[in-house]
Design a binder for this molecule. Sequence first.
Ligand code: MG
Length: 155
Amino acid sequence: MRIGFGYDVHRLTENRRLVLCGVEIPYELGLLGHSDADVAVHALMDAILGALALGDIGHLFPDSDPKYKGADSMGLLREVIGKMTESGYVLGNLDITIIAEKPKLAPYIQKMRENLAAAFGCEINRVSVKATTEEGLGLSGKGIGANAVVILSEK
Ligand code: MG
């Protein structure tokens, strides 16, 4: 088995969409970034790449490359899952914690899990997505962060 950890933060700003685990969430602010800035999927991709010791998403999908402008992070995730499969591993389970003061994410968590399970082609009980605030002490509504842990098993 191999374990990987990923962490990412993006800034909230006006005139951007808020997309988390491929779910577009209605909110007055969105996340700033070169791609669609899906911070949860970015943390997850880094966790998978970390487990495989294949570097990080900045190396794989450089933001200097115009190809990735506005990129759908779920599409990038499918590429990373392809690398996992090529390397001879399958998902054991994954656990993501999204850190956001606002908006309330609970209504969207199940759809996020379904999107990720579909990308891996795995049972939904292998996919955990949680959300927490930092009681106004951390990112304080200026951004959204995400941590991800994955366990991969040899095929
Ligand atoms: Mg990112």
